[in-house]
Design a binder for this molecule. Structure first.
Ligand code: ADP
Ligand code: MG
Length: 371
């Protein structure tokens, strides 16, 4: 069964600078549509976009979680892959949406996932879960392991590998086992601190990097005294990827030279590659989808036209000064709506065969006991 990527829009409130600068609100929102007025057009000219849901400046993250993320996370617990990614111009609320604010008074989607997952797991009795987390950053087409404390001073570029049954992954990343939501928070904070330290040391701008936090949930049926509980056929492995993308705004020409120039041209490579992948998937004309053009698109390959349940949250500003970027974000998001995925539970067929034999042994044992 195929299903389209879900795409929602969230508009943040005006910030202090916009208020002080007497900016105009040009965004109107109802349940499924965003209308944006062109501030420089002589006559009022509105562009309208339709999405799976649209959230205004008063909506808090909890509502978005309940409406759009809850069932996706439930699926990941069942063994599907799920991806939630935040897209948009810097300062429009990607990190606010994904992580929440620092004082945790307004918690984001990632911490809500932790709570949800461990609450559900703790209530499940016939299945044993192994939960693992990783946290990486892509900056300038290099992958950095945010859970390795030695990597805030050295630049290690991890490579990607395509593993059968698992997809594209980064095998050398630090993988941390976790048994409760608190341990997940701790690793998230550890990674964030590591990211900030490295950004300061290397004089780089964190709005130019992408981060991906993953939680893998491996489940196997419990053994009981006579064999296996009859839960399902193999080992299931759901993976939830939580992605905070770099700011989508166009880069200004800064007259950079040498390394700086190389850096500037590489920095948004992943984002433009993502745009090309989306276009190519939506047109359906190209035989070849350019996933291999960037690290980000390779890592998101399964989430775009693959076997994953995917949610894109596009963050926008409400004001006239950001008109061009807002329109560009909404266009990008509109195109992504047409991508169709075929989600399926990840079950290891080797384990499924093993399970078949185990069942047979169980059956023969029972026959022996009864005779
Ligand atoms: P981004 O990650 O897209 O660059 P941030 O999430 O850092 O943007 O948001 C920039 C600022 O705006 C932060 O201070 C954040 O708390 C605030 N903000 C963003 N979205 C909202 C929102 N929906 N409600 C309240 N404040 C928000
Ligand atoms: Mg951010």
């Amino acid at each position: 069964m195929s299903e389209n990527i879900k795409v929602v829009v969230r508009c943040r409130p005006m910030n202090q600078t916009e208020k002080k600068g007497n900016c105009q609100n040009i965004v109107e929102i109802d349940e499924f549509t965003v209308s944006v007025t062109n501030p420089s057009a002589r006559r009022s000219q509105q562009k309208k976009f339709i999405f799976d849901s649209v959230y205004n400046m008063k909506t808090n993250t909890e509502v978005i979680y309940d409406e759009m993320c809850y069932s996706l996370v439930e699926s990941a617990i069942e063994g599907y892959n799920g991806t939630i990614f935040a897209y948009g111009q810097t300062g429009c609320g990607k990190t606010h949406t994904m992580q929440g604010d620092e004082n945790l008074s307004n918690s984001g989607i990632i911490p809500k996932c932790f709570d949800h997952i461990f609450e559900t797991i703790s209530m499940t009795t016939n299945v044993r879960y192994l939960a693992l987390v990783t946290y990486l950053e892509i900056y300038n087409e290099r992958i950095r392991d945010l859970l390795n404390k030695n990597e805030n001073t050295s630049v290690i570029n991890h490579s990607l590998k395509e593993l059968p049954g698992i997809g594209v992954s980064v095998p050398t990343l630090t993988t941390q086992p976790v048994v409760n939501a608190n341990q997940c928070y701790d690793w998230l904070h550890f990674g964030n601190k590591n990211r900030v330290t490295a950004a300061t040391l290397m004089n780089k701008n964190s709005s130019r990097s992408h981060t991906i936090f993953t939680i893998t949930l491996e489940q196997s049926p419990f053994f009981n005294s006579i064999g296996l509980e009859d839960a399902f056929g193999g080992i299931r492995r759901g993976k939830l990827s939580l992605v905070d993308l770099a700011g989508s705004e166009r880069q200004r020409r800064t007259g950079a030279k040498g390394d700086r120039l190389k850096e500037a041209s590489q920095i948004n490579l992943s984002l433009s590659a993502l745009g090309n992948v989306i276009s190519s998937l939506v047109d359906g004309k190209a035989k070849h989808v350019p996933f291999r053009d960037s690290k980000l698109t390779r890592l998101l390959q399964d989430s775009l036209g693959g076997n994953t349940k995917t949610l894109m949250i596009s963050c926008i500003s409400p004001t006239d000064i950001n008109y061009d970027e807002t329109i560009s974000t909404l266009r990008y998001a509109s195109r992504a709506k047409n991508i169709s995925n075929k989600p399926k539970i990840n079950e290891d067929p080797k384990d499924a065969t093993l399970r078949l034999y185990q069942n047979e042994i169980l059956y023969l044992k029972r026959m022996l006991q009864e005779s």
